[in-house]
Design a protein around this ligand. Structure first.
Ligand code: GDP
Ligand code: MG
Length: 425
């Protein structure tokens, strides 16, 4: 069976933890979109890890981890990540890389930084991992697919020359930077070829067979609904689809095989980078939530940046679950709210004096003010609880209120960062 684990909100909802937990019963875990620009933090018996490229199932020796064709593959970062987990005692993971995945080139990373610097105050708050330039090139059909590493040298060099003709105009005229040579790019590609060769696989054929054999496959999404280029808060979105539906494309599976969609949402909100965030809070109130949030605070796994924080947003989450097609909702980091006497929840938006319950486009979203309902807190530590009925009454009321507001079943409540910190309902 194929299960997708995806984010409902702005990312950092705890997908890594949920994937790592579900991977115990999985055979294959596939990353299907995004690149090394976002991070999943995982805590297990080997230690604490921030993964950017590897799927969150690499810690088991019974799983195969796959980099799907939809991923922005940063080859060096992938290999550094494999090395870093091996150094902490994790057995060498079984990894396959799709022959149809495309590679992030050093100039993608360079252009990302140069463009952010050029935009200055109007920048996107990019992690400068080259993701936007990478996907732009993929769809402009000037990217490099893994399979192309095996082209004849003359053909590959001719393509590089065509690509660089554009790149060098930008470098020279817009960014006033030194130009890139064909040799440089060719040598980089040959380096990637040597590194990748043992791992390359026709992933869609591999997954097709796995499905026929009844294997359990997890598709691991990055970021969340709000960051989807079509359905999110455009233009403050990422450059590949973050939705479960895209899992079929970015892995190479029939869409009808995705039977379960676990939509992960956190008991409060957080976001990194710029963009609309209606229930955001500021000042001391925010600092307190940031400090209590996540596992050791809400700071980016890739960048270490303090994350923006806010109250739970039922409007955004109802939409986020719907657009993901949630069959199950995993409600995470509930334990972090134990310090609050009262917990505000955003139940609607006020836009131009009208109450709105359907998540609007960015143009309207800019004008939205949160309508808050205040729930009573439970004022205690709920970590270690394993049965739903053992949660304090106010914690259960909080979960049930949000479940009713979003209209999708919360089947898992996560009350700690570890694999075992989970309550099934
Ligand atoms: P992802 O990008 O969706 O995988 O999420 P991140 O890993 O970036 O951020 C989630 C953070 O919350 C990580 O530090 C996790 O270890 C932590 N975490 C996940 N679930 C829980 C939970 O139920 N309680 C607490 N306290 N921390 C959690
Ligand atoms: Mg994250």
């Amino acid at each position: 069976m194929v299960t997708a684990v995806v984010g409902v909100n702005w990312g950092d909802e705890g997908k890594g933890k949920i994937t790592d937990m579900l991977a115990e019963n999985a055979d294959i875990i596939v990353r299907f979109q995004g690149g090394a620009n976002a991070g999943h933090t995982i805590k297990n018996s080997y230690g604490k890890f921030a993964l950017h490229t590897l799927p969150s199932g690499v810690f088991y020796d019974h799983t195969t981890s796959i980099i799907g064709n939809g991923v922005a593959l940063d080859v060096k970062k992938l290999f550094n990540e494999i090395k870093s987990i091996e150094e902490k005692g994790v057995p060498t993971p079984k990894i396959l890389v799709s022959d149809r995945a495309q590679m992030v080139m050093p100039y993608h990373v360079l252009f990302d930084s140069l463009e952010e610097a050029r935009l200055a105050g109007a920048s996107f708050g990019s992690t400068k991992s080259g993701i936007a330039p990478f996907y732009s090139d993929k769809y402009a059909k000037i990217g490099f697919q893994v399979s192309e590493l095996f082209e004849e040298e003359s053909e590959l060099r001719a393509k590089i020359e065509r690509v660089l003709a554009q790149k060098n105009v930008l470098l020279r005229e817009l960014y006033h930077q030194p130009e890139i040579t064909v040799d440089e790019v060719y040598n980089t590609l040959m380096e990637y070829k040597e590194m990748l060769e043992p791992y390359i696989c026709d992933v869609s054929a591999f997954l097709w067979n796995a499905v026929q054999e009844g294997k359990n496959i997890l598709l691991e999404g990055q970021l969340g609904s709000m960051k989807d280029p079509d359905h999110g808060i455009y233009p403050m979105v990422t450059s590949s689809s973050t939705l479960a539906g895209y899992g079929a494309i970015g892995a190479g599976l029939p869409p009808y095989e995705i039977k379960k969609i676990v939509a992960v949402t956190k008991a409060y909100s957080s976001a990194v980078g710029a963009g609309e965030f209606v229930s955001e809070i500021f000042g001391d109130e925010a600092e307190q939530l940031r400090r209590n949030g996540g596992d050791g605070g809400e700071y980016g796994a890739t960048t270490g940046r303090p994350r923006r924080v806010g109250w739970y947003d039922c409007v955004a989450s109802r939409y986020g679950c719907r657009i993901q097609g949630a069959t199950d909702v995993a409600f995470t980091v509930l334990d972090a709210l134990g310090y609050l006497d009262e917990i505000p929840v955003c139940v609607g938006y006020e836009i131009d004096g009208k109450e709105v319950h359907d998540f609007p486009t960015t143009t309207l979203l800019k004008k939205a003010k949160p309508i808050l309902k205040v729930m009573p807190g439970w004022k205690c530590d709920i970590r270690g609880i394993r049965e739903y009925k053992d949660l304090p009454e106010n914690a259960r009321k909080y979960v049930e209120f949000i479940e009713q507001e979003i209209g999708f079943p919360i089947t898992m409540v996560s009350n700690g960062p570890g694999r075992e910190d989970i309550i099934y309902r």
